[in-house]
Structure formats: C-alpha cells, structure tokens
Design a protein around this ligand. Structure first.
Ligand SMILES: Nc1ncnc2c1ncn2[C@@H]1O[C@H](COP(=O)(O)OP(=O)(O)OP(=O)(O)O)[C@@H](O)[C@H]1O
Ligand SMILES: [Mg+2]
Length: 321
C-alpha cells in the first residue's frame, strides 16, 4: 500500500462538490436537491434509512448514473463530460457484491486491474499487497463462491483499490455481516482513512457512521436533514444522555403520558412501541424521578445519546425499519 501511503494531498479544493443535486425516476424523486462538499482526505458519510437515496447519490458520484439537475463535480471534473477520467480515479464498492464467483479471489483482482490498462507486473504486485491488506492471503486461490460474506466484502474492497483510487466509494460496506466481520472491515477502512484516502460511505447503521465518519449528512426521502460531525450532530440535536424504560407491551403509551406529566424531568420524551425514551442530561436523575412518581419500569437503561437519537429527533422515525 506504499503508493497510497506516500500520497500527498496537494489540493485543498473539494474532491466532490454537489449543489442542488437531483435524480428523478419517473414520478419518484430519488434525490431531491442535495448540497455537500467533500475535502480531500475526509471520511464522509450519508446516513439514512431504506429508500433515502443513498445508492442513487453514490451512482451519480461514481459517474455511472447521470443527474437530472444540479451541479456535480468529481475531482474538479463534470461526470457528464468526463466519465471515464473520473471512473479511473475512483474505487467503487457497490451495495451488492459483483465479484466473479467462478474465478479465484486473486484472479478477480487481476481481471479488474486489466480494465484500467495497468501493466501486468504492477497488477500482480498490487493484487498481492491488497490480498494481504484484506487479510485474504490464504484465500488467494479460493473460488469466490467459497468465501464467507465478510471475506467477499473485503475482496470487493481490495478490488476497488487496484487502481490506487483517490476516492473510495463504499455503499453500505457492512450490511448483512455479523458483528465480528463488521469489526474486521471497520479496522481495514480505518487504516485507509489513516493513510489519507478520501472515503465516501453510505450506511443505515449509526454505529458505523460514528466509527468511520469525520462528517456526515443525515438523509431521508432524498433530502439532507442535518450535517456535521457525529459528536456535533448529537450535541446539536439530542441531550447528553437518554433513559430507556420499558413497562410491558400494553403499558408503554400510558406510562409515556405519565412521564410527560412529571415536571422538569427531561427535554423530550419519545414513545416507541416497545419502550419510552426520556431525553435528559442526567439519565440517573430522570430515572429517580420516574420511580419517585410511582411508576414501576420492568427494565431501565441509561446511555449516551447516539446518531439514532438524532435521526429519531429529525424524522420521528427509527433508522432501521
Ligand atoms: N433505477 C431506478 N428506477 C426507479 N426508481 C429507482 C431506481 N433506483 C432507485 N429508485 C428509487 O429511488 C429511491 C431511492 O433509492 P436508493 O436505492 O437510492 O435508496 P437507498 O438510500 O440506497 O436505500 P437502501 O438503504 O435500501 O439501499 C427509492 O424510492 C427507489 O425505489
Ligand atoms: Mg442503497
């Protein structure tokens, strides 16, 4: 990975600029006019639920889908005019792995490298470096079909890096993986970030966004609801702590009303089907007040606010439906 390590970001211009970016399919406004800039070296995220327009945005940024309206420039180039030049400098990890299942892991990297017209010797050397980076050295000769889901995902990332891209686009890098496989992937992506690769990723996991993104936009129904670093978004849109109390299936609604009536309890109360959330800077104090009022929660938990709370606040819905 020395080629990536040694890269110096000599431009302070944003590597991606989008303004009023719009994509319409028939009657569906998939992306409804979004604005964002990504400076070089940043790890930038789009966090949003199913159908928010994340993949549609990624395809436009990846210069494989044309925009309906708005401005878009990638590395200073307009994808409508310079698709091939842009694609040559991008690494793309699509939402669905599209590896060649019949080929061995290493062969997938070699074949992909040839698309970029790289010399065979360079491709072979990079393939070996990237297999090591993806912790797949002992799977080099395995057929892709025989790899686990997490291994396939790592191979797709390795493949996306074969052309030493300036920007790596990752559409839901860890969706569908088990917790251990997700942590291995996060570690690999974190290394790329440390090496200065610009990462643009989509996710509907708030923990993933918190782990990997320097800055993110919260998207819903094709629009940006908020923008900032994970910690700034939480500070701006939520309280420091959250008290979660459960009262049993049929009793949460009634309990929520009674909690709402407790004077000076918290800033805000959310009633979810299975629990009541009390937003308060001091969750233990809030819990003491709830118990003091005569309510008897079946379970209670005090935690720090997360991006999930930000999303709930902004949209009234949960991220994972
Ligand atoms: N090729 C297409 N033709 C018609 N409609 C489309 C097409 N691609 C996406 N859409 C619609 O655009 C909207 C946004 O879809 P998109 O795939 O961008 O969402 P997403 O945020 O990636 O969702 P998910 O988390 O489920 O992957 C949806 O309503 C979807 O049905
Ligand atoms: Mg998607």
């Amino acid at each position: 990975m020395s080629h990536a390590l040694s890269r110096v970001n000599d431009v302070s211009e944003p590597v991606i600029h989008a303004a009023g970016l719009t994509k319409v399919y028939g009657d569906t406004v998939a992306v409804g006019g979004i604005d964002f800039d990504v400076p070089p070296g940043e790890s930038f995220g789009l966090l949003g639920p199913n159908g928010a327009g994340k993949s549609t945005t990624m395809r436009m940024v990846g210069a494989v889908s044309t925009r309906t309206a708005g401005e878009l420039s990638i590395l200073g180039l307009d994808p409508d005019q310079h698709g091939p030049e842009i694609r040559a400098q991008l690494g793309v990890v699509p939402q669905q792995d599209n590896l060649d299942m019949e080929l061995q892991a290493r062969e997938n990297l070699l074949v992909y490298g040839r698309y970029f017209g790289l010399p065979r010797r360079v491709i072979a050397q990079r393939a070996d470096e990237l297999l090591a980076f993806a912790q797949l050295e002992d799977k080099a000769k395995s057929k892709v079909d025989d790899l686990s889901g997490g291994m396939k995902r790592r191979l797709t990332i390795a493949r996306a890096l074969i052309n030493d891209p300036r920007i790596l686009l990752l559409d839901e890098p860890t969706t569908g993986l088990d917790p251990q496989a997700r942590h291995i992937l996060w570690d690999r992506l974190f290394r790329l970030k440390e090496q200065g690769t610009t990462l643009v990723l989509t996710t509907h996991y708030m923990d993933e966004a918190e782990q990997l993104c320097d800055r993110l936009v919260v998207v819903d129904k094709g629009r940006i609801m908020a923008e900032g670093s994970p910690s700034a978004l939480i500070r701006e849109h939520s309280t420091r702590e959250v008290l979660e109390v459960r009262f049993g299936s049929d009793r949460n609604a009634d309990a929520a009303k009674r909690i709402g009536a407790i004077a000076g309890l918290g800033e805000r109360i959310e009633e979810l089907p299975d629990r009541v959330l009390v937003y308060a800077d001091n969750g233990e104090h809030a819990l003491a007040a709830v118990i003091e009022s005569g309510l008897e929660p079946v379970t209670s938990l005090v935690r720090r606010s997360s991006l999930e709370d930000v999303f709930l606040r902004l949209t009234g819905r949960s991220l994972i439906e």
